[in-house]
Design a protein around this ligand. Structure first.
Ligand code: NAD
Length: 490
């Protein structure tokens, strides 16, 4: 297939580009060099941003350390007010955020807007949490003294974010950390620095004290994470990205026993039981699989369908996938490009390994000719459970379907994975929904829904999918430490 999708309206591309410099101690600074940001829909470089090295990283840390005492002393109410101001400034820039996210990451504009709205909701949630932090007071079990537990900000944090949800990730981490009273050194993803740059611009406009948030961009992440993680002044690293890099960061964290939260890869089993509402399952499977061209940690990786409904499900799913429009996210499309030529090119090997394991390509399976890194929406069907995709994150617009003979086989196959992030089950039977909810070995289970993120819900995984939870009622405590004070009483 050739990419014949319409070209974007040029007026949509004429907007003020966000800051591409580094933001350190409240100042915008050039780095020692610069690098280009490209649009994955056409491969063209459209901006240059500053590239930081070790010196800038340590200066950013110095600024975060210098600002820490002041920021933790700002009253929770005042912190919340600043965050609400930031939220309101963001709302005024929805179009700019959506456009820059689409240009950097390739996702369709409607998805960028959805990510923007969700990010604003998360920020407001954390602002509201700021003034609701509470400790406890109780009697010692054997009497004689009292136990006071106070919640205190953990201190300067290193936040490392990925490109696939560039705004949501900086807000989900940064919002909680700021609300908790921590200062930040944020490292953007090389592919999406400008979304983070625009966010930092608004942090400055909202009036946050200098040094509370610092932003670095780099093409050489380890040249920054190495020296920062070796520095004992970093009190926590919060990372979202691949399990491979998460493991490297945990090794670095081990040296100084630095606290860490890890949101890593996933292998979302998407289970359709024989009593499912098949139309609903098809609709949700399309969203869950093809959103962000499949480049989501919570994407449906293995679609596991009871044989009794597999025929109906597959027929309707293929029909829906055939309707998906692929093209430049600035136009009216459903599926944008892969983030890079490298990510698109690896999919040839992915298809080869799926077919050599017995998979049949029912639709797609090839890249789209022409500029940009597009891959045709693909469906590969297997005859039964097959471990080829267990513990293997597709991270692509490729759906795999595995028929199973009954609910037990569905559950067992779903749990055959090193990952444990998101899972999904479709059933109209409450008892089965509860059983799967309890027995799926994943941090999150979507029952009759393929999208789950919400500020009030704890997001995170088990096993190789990570450690810790983001957001939810306790989300702010990820960036706080318990301080126990023992009080003798007469
Ligand atoms: P990645 O691990 O390659 O990169 C993530 C971030 O880490 C980027 O900012 C990158 O520059 C940085 N990085 C790379 N090497 C580093 C190093 N040595 N030290 C410090 N930082 C380093 O992952 P990616 O390809 O950008 O993102 C895709 C992965 O992220 C997928 O596995 C996906 O499942 C996962 N992800 C997880 C979640 C979640 O919440 N669990 C959300 C989004 C993405």
């Amino acid at each position: 297939m050739t990419n014949n999708s319409p070209q974007p309206d040029q007026t949509a591309l004429n907007f003020k580009q966000p800051e591409g410099r580094l933001f350190i101690a409240g100042q915008w600074r050039d780095g020692p060099s610069s690098f280009g940001v490209s649009n994955p829909a056409n491969g063209a470089e459209f901006a240059r941003v500053s590239n930081s090295g070790e010196n800038e990283a340590l200066e950013a840390l110095g600024a975060a350390v210098a600002a820490q005492d002041g920021w933790r002393s700002v009253s929770p109410r005042k912190r919340a007010e600043l965050m609400h101001r930031l939220h309101d400034l963001m709302l005024e820039r929805e179009d700019d955020f959506a456009r820059i996210m689409t240009m950097e990451s390739g996702k369709p504009l409607t998805e960028s807007r959805a990510e923007f709205k969700l990010s604003c909701d998360f920020l407001r949630w954390f602002a509201e949490q700021s003034a609701h932090v509470h400790g406890s007071y109780s009697a010692a079990s054997n009497g004689g003294f009292r136990i006071m537990v106070a919640k205190q900000p953990i201190g300067p944090c290193l936040l490392i974010t990925p490109w696939n949800f560039p705004l949501l990730m900086i807000v989900r981490k940064g919002g909680a950390a700021l609300a908790a009273g921590c200062t930040l050194v944020v490292k953007s993803a090389q592919e999406t620095p400008l979304t983070c740059g625009l966010f930092a611009e608004l942090v400055q406009q909202a009036g946050f004290p200098d040094g509370v948030m610092n932003l670095l961009h780099t093409t050489d992440s380890s040249s920054i994470s190495g020296p920062l993680m070796a520095d004992k002044r970093i009190k926590k690293v919060s990372f979202t990205g691949s399990t491979r890099v998460g493991s490297i960061l945990m090794e670095l964290a081990a040296k100084n026993i630095t606290d860490c939260s890890m949101e890593l890869g996933g292998d979302g089993p998407f289970i359709v039981l024989d009593d499912a509402d098949v139309d609903l399952a098809v609709e949700q499977a399309v969203i869950c699989k093809f959103r962000n061209a499949g480049q989501a940690c919570v994407a449906a990786n293995r679609i596991i369908v009871d044989k009794k409904v597999e025929g109906e499900f597959t027929e309707k799913f293929l029909a829906a996938v055939r309707e998906l429009k692929v093209g430049d996210g600035m136009t009216n499309v459903d599926v944008g490009p892969m983030i890079s030529a490298r990510q698109r090119d690896r999919l040839g090997d992915t298809i080869a390994s799926l077919t050599s394991a017995g998979g049949e390509v029912m639709i797609g399976g090839t890249p789209v000719d022409g500029a940009g890194y597009f891959f045709n929406p693909t469906v590969v069907r297997f005859e039964g459970p097959n471990d080829v995709m267990c513990s293997n994150e597709l991270f692509a617009p490729i759906a795999t379907i595995f028929p199973v003979k009954d609910t037990l086989e569905a559950l067992t196959f779903a749990n055959t994975s090193d990952f444990g992030l998101a899972s999904y089950v479709f059933t109209q039977n409450v008892s089965r929904a509860i059983t799967f909810g309890e027995r799926l070995e994943f941090g999150m289970v979507g029952v009759n829904r393929g999208i789950m993120a919400d500020p009030a819900a704890p997001f995170g995984g088990t096993k190789a999918s990570g450690i810790g939870r983001e957001a939810g009622h306790d989300g702010i405590y990820e960036f706080m430490e318990d301080k126990y004070i023992a009080l003798t009483v007469d």
